[in-house]
Design a protein. Structure first.
Length: 161
């Protein structure tokens, strides 16, 4: 995990990282919102690995998708989470930090590297939010995910205000 300059906010760290967020986050695939604020908490609905061109990263980890590829997919999910947060809050500097992630991996029954896969998202969030990016987390293997995606992650953030 790269050390971050505490004098920089999340937007500056994101710019320094060279990561370009989608201008518009992926649209929900059901009757729900990407982000919902309750008090000082921001609840981000489960996001999937949707690339900038709209294509989905699909397959089953441990079968036709490697753990290393799925880790990259989890990083892409974190990019989409950040895009949803930016769209909701008007900028990532309005986000005080990451509270918790729940990572789901579409995996074979014998796959055991769920934490390794979800680290792709956790490490990116720690890079962008610094110390406040270190979070609680659960990572689970599941038998299937919507549209056969490889990874789905939901998140809880603190609002800075």
């Amino acid at each position: 995990m790269a050390a971050s300059d505490p004098s920089q906010g999340p937007e500056a760290r994101l710019a320094h990282s060279g990561i370009a967020l989608p201008q518009v986050p992926p649209a929900p695939i059901g009757s729900f919102a990407n982000v919902r604020r309750s008090g000082n908490l921001l609840f981000v609905s489960g996001q999937g690995p949707v690339s900038a061109d709209g294509s989905l990263m699909q397959g089953r980890v441990g079968d036709d998708v490697s753990a290393e590829a799925a880790r990259g997919h989890a990083r892409l999910v974190a990019v989409n989470i950040l895009a949803a947060l930016r769209a909701h809050c008007g900028g990532l500097d309005a986000v005080g930090g990451v509270v918790k992630l729940l990572g789901l991996v579409n995996a074979t029954p014998d796959f055991a590297r769920h934490a390794f896969v979800i680290d792709g998202a956790s490490e990116l969030l720690a890079e962008i939010f610094g110390e406040t990016g270190i979070h609680a987390r659960s990572s689970l293997g599941v038998a299937s995910l919507p549209n056969r995606i490889t990874v789905e992650i939901e998140a809880i953030f603190e609002h800075a205000g």
